[in-house]
Structures are given as structure tokens and as C-alpha cells.
Design a protein around this ligand. Structure first.
Ligand code: 6GU
Length: 236
């Protein structure tokens, strides 16, 4: 897979892209990631990339020219135009189903907004999909782009040590359950014991117990009941 990331702040990605999972995936050639500075496509002596919104209102918008030029530039580097994504809080909400959909594409072009967002003509001009990572406002799309790259990359064949681990993740599979509790050594920690069934060696019983726990955890989460033991001291 090839991923182009278009941003005004390419430096924000350096540590992230060199990190263990992504760094190794890039070295193995499983994913090719390129950073493009949108400001390189700005015109005029001031290299202006933002301007005030027509009709008034607070803040600044990214100008369509530099954004569309940078998208067209990376599209010209390969036969395939790629799936263009604009990060914006009003976009389609990211979930694991969308991550899986994106992981199936050959090429992604991720465009990070700053200021109050994009001129509406950008999406129209390039045929982009708008994506949000949740109902809260970030100061730019860079963190959202990292979320997408991380979630997508770990689904690519060969990136994780064992493919099974991605298949068993929370939100994966047909029923989209979250994972139930898991335990490692020691068997007893501060008086808390690992459930006996997990030590039984009976794989059918273990599977059944895990499924039951996953259903319960999924239900708890849907009804927003706090996880047992997670309430704060100040709670009633
Ligand atoms: Cl993609 N961008 C911004 N600025 N804020 C967000 C977001 C994206 N997703 C959630 N909040």
C-alpha cells in the first residue's frame, strides 16, 4: 500500500512514522508512506495558505489552490489516483469497519486540515471522502491521520507478527464485540486471582467463557456503565 500524507506540519509525523510497528513495516516494503508539505504548493511571495471565510465568521480557512495542487501533485506520481481523504470533524465517523475498508485500498491520499477547515470546493474538485475520528474538535487533522495510518497499517498482511491477533481484536469479526478481560502472570496479584477457567487447559470452555465475557463487555459499553473498579474515589 502507498499512503501520501499532505500537511502543513510534516515534522509532526517524524517520530510516529519511525515507531516500531510502522518503521518495521516500511522497511519491509509493506507500506510506502510519503509526506508532502502543502505550503510548497502555495503561491506568491508570502506563500499564503489560509484566508478569511466569505460571509464573515471567526478563524481562517485553508485556501483551495494549495490543497488541490498538492493532491494533484501526488496523484501525478503514480498511475492510480488513490482514495483521497479530507480530515474534518464533520466527516464520516471512523470505526473498525471503515478502517478495514481503507486497508483494502492500494493507495490513500490523506489531507490534514488546519485552521477552521477546508474550502468546500476542495472535496468537490478532487472527489474526496471526509472522515472524522470522533465527536470532539482537534486543532488539525494530523493526529487523525496518524490514527488512520496506525489502524490501517496493522491490518496489512505481514505487519503484525501473527495475523490472528488482528482478527481477534475488539470490533473485528462479524459480531464486532469488544474483547473481554485478559490476564498474564502472576496468577495472583494483590489478592486478585486469574479466573480458574483460563488455567484449565480446556480450550472449548475457555472459548465459551471469552465469548460470554466479550458479550457482557460489549453490552456494558453500550449502556455506558463504568467498568467495575474504575469508579473514582469521589463518586458516591
Ligand atoms: Cl479529522 N479533524 C479535526 N480538526 N477535528 C476532529 C477530527 C478531525 N476528528 C475529530 N475531531
Amino acid at each position: 500500500m502507498r499512503i501520501d500524507i499532505l500537511t502543513l506540519f510534516p515534522d509532526m509525523f517524524t517520530g510516529f512514522l519511525e515507531g516500531s510497528l510502522l518503521g518495521a513495516a516500511r522497511e519491509k516494503g509493506l507500506v510506502e508512506i510519503r509526506l508532502v508539505d502543502i505550503r510548497d504548493f502555495a503561491e506568491g511571495p508570502h506563500r499564503q495558505v489560509d484566508d478569511r471565510p466569505f460571509g464573515g465568521g471567526p478563524g481562517m480557512l485553508l485556501m483551495p489552490g494549495p490543497v488541490v495542487s498538492s493532491i494533484e501533485h501526488v496523484q501525478g506520481e503514480a498511475q492510480q489516483a488513490g482514495h483521497v481523504i479530507l480530515f474534518t470533524p464533520g466527516g464520516r465517523r471512523l470505526d473498525q469497519a471503515l478502517v478495514e475498508e481503507l486497508a483494502g485500498r492500494e493507495r490513500l491520499v490523506l489531507v490534514c486540515g488546519r485552521y477552521e477547515g477546508f474550502d468546500a470546493r476542495v472535496a468537490e474538485t478532487v472527489g474526496a471522502e471526509e472522515i472524522s475520528i470522533g465527536d470532539y474538535v482537534l486543532s488539525g487533522g494530523e493526529v487523525a491521520a496518524m490514527v488512520v495510518v496506525d489502524a490501517v497499517a496493522r491490518l496489512l498482511p505481514g505487519v503484525l507478527g501473527h495475523e490472528e491477533s488482528a482478527r481477534q481484536d475488539s470490533f473485528s469479526g462479524r459480531d464486532r464485540l469488544v474483547e473481554g478481560p485478559q490476564y498474564t502472570r502472576p496468577r495472583e496479584f494483590r489478592g486478585l486471582h486469574v479466573p480458574e477457567v483460563l488455567l484449565s487447559g480446556d480450550h472449548r470452555r475457555i472459548e465459551a467463557w471469552r465469548h460470554e465475557q466479550a458479550v457482557a463487555a460489549t453490552r456494558r459499553r453500550a449502556t455506558a456503565t463504568p467498568t467495575p473498579g474504575m469508579s473514582r474515589r469521589s463518586d458516591p
